[in-house]
Design a protein around this ligand. Structure first.
Ligand SMILES: Nc1ncnc2c1ncn2[C@@H]1O[C@H](COP(=O)(O)OP(=O)(O)OP(=O)(O)O)[C@@H](O)[C@H]1O
Length: 254
C-alpha cells in the first residue's frame, strides 16, 4: 500500500523547472533510493515532499491525506520526517542535549515555570530523557554524550542526526545523503541502522551519490533527470539501463 505519493509535482525557480510533472509513490515498508546526476532535482523533490518548499503544482499524499504545502513540523507530527545533507545540530550544545531537544513539545522551550508544571510535564520530561538515552546508546554515542556536538566527526554527526530524527518517532524517514563525508566503517554502521529501522517497520527514502552502499540497501531505485522520473525498478535492472548509464555520462554508475 502506498504510504507516500506525488502526482504531477512541479517546482519552478524563475525560468528553471526543477521538478517537472513528477509522479511517484513509495509503499509502506520499502527502502527506496533516489539517484540522478547533479541538478536532477533530488533535493528539490525532498524539499517539496517534506514541506520545506511548496510545489507550484501537483499534490503530495501521505498516509491517505493530501499534505501538499504543509509545514515540516505538521508533517513530522503525521510521521514524515527528513534529515538534511548538512546536519543541523547545535555545535555548542552537548550530544545529549541535542538529542533531547529534538523531542516534540520540548518542555525546556516552554515558558511555564518549573514549580507550576504538573505531573504530566514531569512525566513527559522523564520520557524524553529516557528515549534520548536509548537512542544515544543505540547509535553508540554514549562515550560522546557530554561532548559538544561541534567536536564530532562527519560520520558521528550523521549518527547524531539519525538519533535526533528518531526522537520524532517517524513512520517514514527521508534521508538526504546519509553517507556523504562518512568513513567506510561508519558508512557500514549507518547502513546497518537503516536496515534495522526498516526491519522494525520504518519506510525509508534515501538520496545518495554513493551508489555502492545505496544499491546494497534499497529495494527499489528511482532515477531523476531534469526534474522528471527517468527510470525506476530494482537496483540491478536500473543500473544496467542504457538511459541511466547515459545520464551518468557513460559508465559512472558501474
Ligand atoms: N533555491 C533555488 N533557487 C534557484 N534554483 C534552484 C534552487 N534550488 C535548486 N535550484 C536548481 O534546481 C535544479 C535542481 O536542483 P537540486 O538541488 O534539486 O538537484 P539535485 O539533484 O539535488 O542536485 P545535487 O545532486 O547536486 O545535490 C538545479 O538546476 C538547481 O540549480
Amino acid at each position: 500500500m502506498s504510504l507516500l505519493s506525488t502526482d504531477g509535482l512541479v517546482k519552478d525557480f524563475g525560468g528553471l523547472r526543477a521538478i517537472d510533472d513528477l509522479s511517484m509513490s513509495v509503499d509502506a515498508g520499502e527502502i527506496v533510493g533516489v539517484m540522478g546526476p547533479n541538478g536532477a532535482g533530488k533535493s528539490t523533490f525532498f524539499n517539496c515532499i517534506s514541506g520545506v518548499i511548496t510545489p507550484d503544482d501537483g499534490t503530495v499524499t501521505f498516509d491517505g491525506s493530501d499534505v501538499t504545502g504543509e509545514a515540516p513540523e505538521t508533517l513530522a507530527r503525521r510521521g514524515l520526517v527528513r534529515t538534511f545533507q548538512h546536519t543541523r545540530e547545535l555545535e555548542t550544545m552537548t550530544v545529549r542535549d541535542n538529542v533531547r531537544l529534538a523531542a516534540p513539545d520540548q518542555p525546556g522551550e516552554r515558558t511555564i515555570p518549573a514549580l507550576v508544571r504538573g505531573d504530566a510535564m514531569r512525566s513527559h520530561e522523564a520520557d524524553v530523557r529516557e528515549r534520548a538515552e536509548e537512542l544515544i546508546e543505540l547509535f553508540e554515542l554514549d562515550h560522546l554524550a557530554d561532548d559538544y556536538s561541534g567536536t564530532l566527526s562527519g560520520g558521528q554527526r550523521k549518527l547524531l542526526e539519525l538519533a535526533r530524527t528518531l526522537m520524532l518517532d517517524p513512520e517514514m524517514l527521508l534521508l538526504d545523503e546519509p553517507f556523504a563525508g562518512v568513513n567506510p566503517t561508519l558508512t557500514r554502521e549507518i547502513a546497518d541502522h537503516i536496515r534495522d529501522l526498516n526491519a522494525d517497520g520504518m519506510t525509508v527514502v534515501i538520496i545518495e551519490h554513493e551508489l555502492e552502499t545505496l544499491t546494497e540497501l534499497v529495494d527499489r531505485l528511482v532515477v531523476l533527470q531534469q526534474g522528471s522520473l527517468l527510470v525506476e525498478g530494482d537496483p540491478e535492472t536500473v543500473l544496467s539501463d542504457e538511459r541511466v548509464i547515459e545520464a551518468y555520462l557513460g559508465g559512472e554508475v558501474e
